[in-house]
Structures are given as structure tokens and as C-alpha cells.
Design a binder for this molecule. Structure first.
Ligand code: ZN
Length: 136
């Protein structure tokens, strides 16, 4: 069984050909006017992203992420600067994967119940908000 990523709203699968596919736009802009497709790597902690060469992503700017299927605004209940997708590991265990929506910020949290595994050099930045147990 492979890892799966799915939308918390429509449960649609977001991982195809080893790329996580999302749509995004800069905070305050409209997805249907300025939105773009974004490819991410499914390995947690790999922050490389791919998007069309005409798209400009600015480090430090906040982006809004959407499900490409149902256009649900992906958001995290933990912090306004994070987004969340559902993640199932190879054993089928279900986690919430929260990551930063600020371009260039490397912080990811793999959460199940009250335990969290953190990834990325900026991870401590949001850990205070979580009141969870760091298991990493
Ligand atoms: Zn969806």
C-alpha cells in the first residue's frame, strides 16, 4: 500500500505519479483569477515545489491552498499560517499533515491524536501553539 494524500473535505486523492497536486494563490487574491497549480513532493520534509515558469512565488508571502477537486480552502485548526491535508502512511495509518503556507517556511507537522512529529528547520516556530507531545 502506498502513501496517500487526500482532501479533508471531498476525500479526493491528491497524490498522482509521486506528486502532491494542489492549487494555490497569493493571500487576498482570487483562485479563479490568479490561481496556479502546484506540485509538491510526497516525502515529508521535502520542501521543493514546482509550478509553471510564469508563476511568481515570493519568499515570505502567504499563500492560500485549495483542493484542486472541490476547491475547498485547505486550512489548519492549529494555526492560521498552516494548511492541512489528510495523509495515510504505507500501513494505512491516518494522520493530519499540517504545513506552512508561507513560501519558503519549512515547517511540517504529522499529527495523530495528541502526538506530533515535526519536520523542517522552522518547525519549532509553531510548536508552542499546539499543546501536543513532540514524538519526533
Ligand atoms: Zn476536495
Amino acid at each position: 500500500m502506498n502513501n496517500t494524500y487526500s482532501c479533508p473535505n471531498c476525500k479526493g486523492f491528491l497524490l498522482i505519479e509521486n506528486r502532491l497536486i494542489l492549487t494555490a494563490c497569493k493571500e487576498g487574491e482570487q483562485l479563479n483569477e490568479k490561481g496556479f497549480v502546484l506540485l509538491m513532493y510526497p516525502e515529508i520534509g521535502n520542501y521543493e515545489t514546482k509550478y509553471h515558469e510564469k508563476v511568481e512565488v515570493t519568499e515570505g508571502e502567504k499563500y492560500q491552498f485549495y483542493c484542486p477537486i472541490c476547491h475547498h480552502k485547505l486550512h489548519s485548526d492549529i494555526n492560521d499560517n498552516l494548511v492541512m491535508v489528510n495523509y495515510n502512511d504505507q500501513k494505512g495509518k491516518a494522520f493530519e499533515l499540517h504545513f506552512s503556507r508561507i513560501a519558503g517556511q519549512k515547517s511540517t507537522y504529522k499529527i495523530m491524536g495528541r502526538s506530533v512529529e515535526t519536520f523542517g528547520i522552522d518547525a519549532p516556530h509553531y510548536l508552542d501553539f499546539m499543546h501536543l507531545m513532540d514524538m519526533s
